[in-house]
Write a protein that binds this ligand. Structure first.
Ligand code: XMP
Length: 326
């Protein structure tokens, strides 16, 4: 019968057997799956593991710190952060089309990850060691969705910025392949990972880049990050996290409307709240949030986020609307 304890012990034994004395790398996204996969592998092979975290500048408030400080403190994992903010924002300059943005973000991610991995491979060679393995946080539903193939690096590539090229020279270590999301969260808690990571709601690989309708700029990211942090804080404070599947917060950067704030008229941007309830993200319904919670979020965002003078609520189910706006 299933306990987090026995799953961890079982995986630790398997990983040790698979990996031997080789070194191992793992990409962290800030999300649950990669964090738990890394933590189990670290439990098994300790310092043979190095994690790579790409900061593409499209993360939410506090996410980088959660990985660099809280995750590292709770696991002792060796982490390499790639600060690629300028690289991503340069590549996104002048681009508004959603698919083009996704392609650029995916391409730059692979470039960053590969060059970080190459550096680690060279470092290992200099030590007379090798890196033969790459950890992936593939879950059971991902296995089913992708037709059950194993051993290749063709994971979630259609839908995940972490999708890696097929020609990667690594064998995969996939300790979560038999598990569902709630089991992964239980294991993460058992391993003592920070609740902010273990309890995190789904967040797309391309991050805030696909939550700015229009060109992605530093200023717009800063603004959206603030609005998103306010919405998340208020939803959590209201005890609604368990009810909501996720709540994208979207900046309509190409739209302006007239407002009145303080002693003058403004011409600012709307923020869209997109709270949804769902089982698996394939279909979704808009969440009937309490009006007083919506009012608090709206008041705080318009008062605290400069340049935003309107907050609107998305009341579309999926289908026909997708959960994300891009
Ligand atoms: P949509 O917008 O298609 O989203 O209804 C369904 C779920 O997938 C998430 N999503 C992504 N996740 N990379 C990801 O890892 C992506 O490119 C991506 N696009 C959407 C979305 O947040 C929702 O949970």
């Amino acid at each position: 019968d299933w306990t987090s304890d026995s799953v961890i012990a079982d995986q630790v034994a398997r990983i040790r057997e698979q990996v031997g004395t080789s070194r191992v790398i793992c990409g962290l996204s800030g999300g649950v799956d990669s964090a738990v996969a890394a933590a189990i592998v670290h439990e098994a092979v300790a310092d043979q593991l190095t994690c790579i975290f790409v900061d593409h500048g499209l993360l939410r408030q506090d996410e980088r710190r959660q990985v660099e400080e809280d995750f590292v403190a709770s696991t002792g994992v060796r982490l390499v952060t790639v600060d690629a903010v300028d690289q991503f924002l340069d590549a996104l300059t002048g681009v508004s089309d959603p698919e083009t943005k996704r392609k650029i973000i995916g391409r730059e991610f692979i470039r960053c990850f590969e060059s970080a991995a190459d550096a680690l491979v060279r470092e290992a060679q200099a030590d007379g060691e090798a890196i033969r393995f790459l950890v992936q946080g593939t879950l059971y539903p991902d296995v089913v969705e992708s037709g059950g193939g194993s051993g290749t690096a063709n994971i979630k590539s259609h839908h995940n910025v972490g999708g890696l090229p097929e020609d990667l020279q690594f064998e995969l270590v996939e300790p979560l392949r038999a598990l569902f999301k709630d089991e992964v969260r239980a294991i993460g808690r058992e391993l003592g990972l920070p609740e902010a990571i273990v309890g995190r709601q789904p967040f797309p690989g391309p991050g805030l880049g696909i939550r700015i309708v229009g060109e992605v700029t530093r200023e717009r990211l800063a603004l959206l990050r603030e609005a998103d942090a306010i919405a998340r804080a208020e939803l959590t404070a209201a005890g609604l996290d368990a009810e909501i599947w996720q709540c994208p917060v979207v900046l309509l950067a190409d739209v302006r409307s007239v407002g009145v704030q303080g002693d003058g008229r403004t011409y600012g941007h709307p923020i869209v709240l997109r709270p949804v309830s769902s089982e698996d993200a394939m279909t979704a319904d808009w969440s009937r949030l309490p009006y007083d919670v919506l009012a608090r979020i709206s008041n705080r965002i318009t008062n605290e986020v400069p340049g935003v003078n309107r907050v609107v609520l998305d009341v579309t189910s999926k289908p026909p609307g997708t959960i994300e706006w891009e």
